[in-house]
Design a protein around this ligand. Structure first.
Ligand code: RP5
Length: 190
């Protein structure tokens, strides 16, 4: 009979092999690690939806050569959607979109001018090079959109998204239950 230790080692090896076999489908890129607190919102949702992803910092201004290598090799590495967050003169998503047909979702980061500088820099792309732009600091929505794009060719992910959307509905139902418990003299409950 095998000992518990042997069984645990076998299980751990299986887990390691499974993880190293994962090929990222989504690449989360940010202009600086100062964007991480916002971009973690995307990582959390991709993780919850069980979508393999990678996360790196690259800067259109500070490391332009690395951005080019990343963008031009992304598709061949298995990346199918890129989520790029940047603040200030936020050229990163647009520059990546200029160098690959892999869809790019831009996340404007609020680091100066209330994020309006980044929003306009990301959303106002010239014809032919779109960047799907979400709200300022909207990294979570970027991840949901990325998942929806991937789900076109992945029926089990599609089902996970159906459940995800149902849970959003449940939140509103719960919110209404809570609101029905708020009392005022002239408040009429439905
Ligand atoms: C942008 O400049 C980054 O995306 C970040 O939002 C902003 C500030 O970068 P750090 O000076 O904090 O590295 O490129």
């Amino acid at each position: 009979m095998k000992s518990n230790v042997a069984i645990n080692i076998k299980f751990a090896r299986k887990l390691i092999n499974k993880k190293s076999a994962m090929i990222p489908k989504v690449s989360i890129i940010m202009g600086s690690t100062s964007d991480l607190t916002v971009m973690e919102g995307a990582a959390k949702i991709l993780n919850d939806l069980k979508i393999p992803f990678e996360m790196n910092a690259l800067s259109a201004h500070r490391t332009p050569e690395k951005v080019e290598v990343f963008a031009r090799s992304a598709y061949d590495r298995g990346i199918r959607v890129i989520i790029a967050g940047a603040g200030m003169a936020a050229h990163l998503p647009g520059v990546i979109a200029a160098m690959t047909p892999v869809p790019v979702i831009g996340v404007p980061i609020k680091s100066s001018l209330d994020g309006l500088d980044a929003l306009l820099a990301i959303v106002q792309m010239p014809p032919g090079i779109p960047v799907a732009t979400v709200a300022i600091n909207g990294a979570g929505n970027a991840a949901i959109l990325a998942a929806q794009i991937l789900s076109i060719a992945d029926s089990s992910l599609f089902q996970r998204l159906v459940v995800f959307k149902e849970e959003l509905k449940d939140k509103v139902v719960k919110a209404n239950q809570e609101l029905s418990e708020v009392t005022y003299e002239f408040k009429v409950n439905p």
